[in-house]
Each structure stands twice: as C-alpha cells, then as structure tokens.
Design a protein around this ligand. Structure first.
Ligand SMILES: NC(=O)c1ccc[n+]([C@@H]2O[C@H](COP(=O)([O-])OP(=O)(O)OC[C@H]3O[C@@H](n4cnc5c(N)ncnc54)[C@H](OP(=O)(O)O)[C@@H]3O)[C@@H](O)[C@H]2O)c1
Length: 242
C-alpha cells in the first residue's frame, strides 16, 4: 500500500494536515511521542494509518530507520510532507553551534535524509511522486533573532528547486512559504499583545488560520497541481508583498 508521510504530525500544521487528509489517503504519521501519535490515530478513526515515532534530531540514522520501517510494514510512500520544525529566537551573539545544528537538523537535514530513503529503489521502488516542504516567510523576509531559522527555511526552498529539476518528471516538489498561524510554535508571538498588534498591521489580509496553510498543502498534493513543480507558494496574507 502507498502512503503519505507527514512529519510534525503530532502538533499544529502537521496535525491539521493529517486530520484533513486522513479520510482521503493512508498516512504515515511521524512525531517524537508515540502516545500523542496514537491519540491522533484514534481520533482520526484508526484506518490504515501507520505511526513512525522518531526523533528527527537523529538525522544520521533517519534514512536507515525509515527504510527499515517501510520494509517491516511492507509500505511505500508516494507523497511526503515535511512539517516538523523548530524555532529558537536568539540574537546571533547568543547563538551556539549546538542550537544551529538542532535547527538545521530538524528543519532541513531530516528532510534530506527522508528523501534519500524514499529514492532508494529497493525500499520505495518508484513510488515517490510528490513532496511538499513547510517553509516560512522568514526565508525571504529578514527579522531579528531568527537568522538560523530563516537559513534553515532558505535551505529547504533552495533544495526544493534543484530537486524539482533533478527528479522531474517523476517527482513534483514544492514548498509553502507560510506566514504566521496560531500553533504552539507561533504562540510566543501571538500571546505578546505588542507583537500581535504589530502583526495585525503587517498582514494585508489580517491574521491567518492553520486551515489556510492546510488548504495549500492539500492543493499541491492533488492532481489540480499536476503542472506545478519547483514553486515556493506564498501563503501569508500579503505579509511579504509589501
Ligand atoms: N506556525 C507558524 O506560524 C508557521 C509559519 C511558517 C512556517 N511554519 C512551519 O510550519 C511547520 C509546522 O510548524 P507548527 O507551527 O505546526 O509547529 P508546532 O505546532 O510546534 O509543531 C512542530 C512539529 O514538529 C515536530 N518536531 C519538532 N522537533 C522534532 C524532532 N526532533 N523530531 C521529530 N519531530 C519534531 C513536533 O513534534 P513533537 O510533537 O514531538 O514536538 C511537532 O509535531 C514548521 O516547519 C514551521 O517552521 C509555521
């Protein structure tokens, strides 16, 4: 059976993508906590969905771990959504290598390692046909304290464009350049009344909802986007157009 693999499925945008897609296609749900993934699986009605509890900081073992998981379950992956991500807001003078590595590992390198597994012919045949990365408006817009997070998202956008060329016409790759939506990750900003008020002014179309981002992911995964590859789709309520 062919599955859609979603990282970051235990929270926020990834969880909302899983809830939206669960009735439509079999899913492999990736997150760190087995308990939270199991709770999600039961709340979406069980179905054929599989759970892959894995800490993506273990990037060096991610390719082999996913390969082994697919073999054990006799599963293939035709679509991959990388929603796992972390942000640490720190001025560069307080940044250290450990924090840089953590952000790059989860936001960027984990996606590399997963795609390497999905391109292994003995593991996944030629099943992979569609990849969507969750990027951020910070990949194109500067802001204080987020240089490394921005770099991780810029890296994934750049990789997406080159891989779209390398893997065409078999695999379509796109990213969503998302503005802020209310998940755990964005809570710090949204809870701060000053930052929240400033944000309201910046977004031409007002603050976004998680479902605005999920709609775009669903579109890119669908046949309606069959002539779209190598694109960074901006879904940010007009934040970056100014
Ligand atoms: N929310 C926004 O405003 C916004 C805007 C632009 C882009 N984005 C991007 O959208 C994506 C989803 O963000 P979100 O807002 O939904 O954040 P979130 O609610 O904090 O969810 C992050 C997800 O990433 C997973 N994750 C973090 N570290 C991991 C690790 N070491 N191994 C495996 N999984 C790990 C988390 O799993 P655990 O449950 O195990 O922690 C969680 O499922 C991210 O890539 C983010 O950069 C978000």
């Amino acid at each position: 059976m062919s599955f859609t693999l979603i990282t970051g499925a235990s929270s926020g945008i990834g969880e909302a993508i899983a809830r939206r897609l669960a009735p439509l296609r079999p899913l492999i749900l990736c997150g760190r906590s087995s308990e939270r993934l199991a709770a999600l699986q039961s709340s979406i009605g069980g179905g054929p969905h599989l759970l892959w509890p894995f800490d993506l900081r273990n990037v060096t073992s991610a390719t082999d771990a996913l390969s082994a998981f697919l073999k054990t379950h006799e599963a293939a992956v035709d679509a991959f959504v990388h929603s796992a991500g972390i942000v640490k807001v720190l001025p560069m003078r307080d940044m250290d290598c450990e924090t840089v590595a953590e952000i790059m590992d989860v936001n960027f390198l984990a996606a590399v390692q997963i795609i390497r597994a999905l391109l292994r012919r003995p593991v996944n045949g030629r099943h992979l046909s569609n990849v969507v990365f969750l990027s951020s408006s910070y990949s194109i817009r500067g802001t204080k304290g987020q240089a490394i997070y921005s770099a991780s998202k810029g890296a994934i956008d750049a990789m997406m464009r080159s891989l779209a060329v390398e893997l065409a016409p078999d695999v379509r790759l796109n990213s969503i350049v998302a503005g802020g939506v209310p998940t755990n990750m964005a809570q710090a900003v949204l809870r701060d009344p000053e930052l929240s008020a400033r944000n309201r002014e910046l977004y031409l179309l007002g603050l976004g909802k998680i479902s605005d981002v999920v709609d775009a992911v669903e579109f890119l995964l669908s046949e309606k986007a069959s002539w779209i590859t190598g694109s960074s789709m901006v879904v940010d309520g007009g934040l970056t157009v100014r």
